[in-house]
Design a protein around this ligand. Structure first.
Ligand code: NAI
Length: 338
């Protein structure tokens, strides 16, 4: 198989290995759950990212097919596929960044928390693999419920004695992407010009857009604030309902995941001033994890920013968000500690 050293001999692999080693500026990235609805477009977009020199695609199904397909793209990254748990270790060895979209998505009527029973175990297994094969890698966790899976990952890493809070990031970028889009629509602007901080967590009322801090500076009527906050919080459900049983956001999520991963890689490379929102270990509130703006650097989330001034509407939202977040975080922690 041309793209997978595990699956046989192929002379083109020599060239590929040379390229992989020669890519001085390139990073090694693994996607776990690479054959899924998010995983496939995410793999395609990462194969197009010039910062990536090696791309490992791992899944428990269909990894060889996706790998063969993506490997034919004439971009720089060398692609290798890994199928099933016995190949998890090889998939992870030497990775700089691990992106995890593995797990089941929502169907209409489900909350993200309804996914806990299945996805918690998947995330635990994958994170155990990371402790063994790439304990220093940056981890971008997408699998829901993010508010619980990030605490799960942290506990697994603590147990193994490798936990570095700066290197574990729950991906909330899709909430920011949606907020930028919806706010731009209301303001009649190009979404590329709009930047909305979204803090808290990644589920329902824990998603807290800070509309008082939108750039460029602007103001909203109370009705607009209510409409936008609700639409941003329910953006995922809007997609789940439209897909009517066929899953949740995959294409916009892959776009958001790559936007975030690219920021992480630029940080790892040493670029200055890379700031994005993520769900991380935090002292911004009394909760152990919270999403807010973070500065991404060589060590991961090197600085976690305070929330800044909130208006009354946001202060009320923050209290609601913290209440639900506390429960979700605790649920994740006890899953490993019990
Ligand atoms: P999907 O079902 O299309 O794909 C999931 C993939 O994970 C499948 O290919 C499956 O084989 C794989 N998988 C299952 N168990 C695995 C294991 N033990 N190891 C490796 N791979 C495994 O689901 P989709 O739509 O790609 O969503 C994936 C996850 O992302 C869901 O939990 C979903 O809720 C979450 N999500 C998160 C968002 C965020 O903003 N953080 C946004 C949208 C979805």
């Amino acid at each position: 198989h041309p793209s997978n050293p595990q699956m046989g001999e192929n002379p083109s692999l020599r060239a590929a290995d040379c390229r992989a080693k020669g890519g001085a500026a390139g990073f090694k990235v693994a996607i776990l759950g690479a054959a899924g609805g998010i995983g496939q477009p995410l793999a395609m977009l990462m194969k197009m990212n010039p910062l990536v020199s090696v791309l490992h695609l791992y899944d428990v199904v269909n990894a060889p097919g996706v790998t063969a397909d993506i490997s034919h793209m004439d971009t720089g990254a060398v692609v290798r596929g890994f199928l099933g748990q016995q190949q998890l270790e090889s998939a992870l060895t030497g990775m700089d960044l691990v992106i995890i979209p593995a797990g089941v998505p929502r169907k209409p009527g489900m909350t993200r928390d309804d996914l806990f029973n299945i996805n918690a175990g998947i995330v635990r297994t994958l994170c155990e693999g990371i402790t063994k094969s790439c304990p220093n890698a940056l981890v971008n966790l997408i699998s829901n419920p993010v508010n619980s899976t990030v605490p799960i990952a942290a506990e697994v890493f603590k147990k193994a004695g490798i936990y570095d809070p700066k290197k574990l990031l729950g991906v909330t970028m899709l909430d920011v992407v949606r907020a930028n889009t919806f706010v731009a629509e209301v303001l009649g602007l190009d979404p590329r010009e709009v930047s909305v901080p979204v803090v808290g967590g990644h589920a329902g009322v824990t998603i807290l857009p800070l509309l008082s801090q939108v750039k460029p500076p602007c103001s909203f009527t109370p009705e607009e604030t209510e409409f936008l906050t609700k639409r941003i919080q329910d953006g995922g459900t809007e997609v789940v309902q439209a897909k009517a049983g066929a899953g949740s956001a995959t294409l916009s999520m892959a776009y958001a995941a790559v936007k975030f991963a690219d920021a992480c890689l630029r940080g790892l490379r040493g670029d200055a001033g890379i700031v994005e929102c993520a769900f991380v270990a935090s002292q911004v509130t009394e909760l152990p994890f919270f999403a807010s703006k973070v500065r991404l650097g060589r060590g991961g989330a090197e600085e976690v920013y305070q929330l800044g001034p909130l208006n009354e509407y946001e202060r009320v939202g923050l209290e609601k968000a913290k209440k639900e977040l506390a429960t979700s975080i605790q649920k994740g922690v006890s899953f490993i500690k019990k």
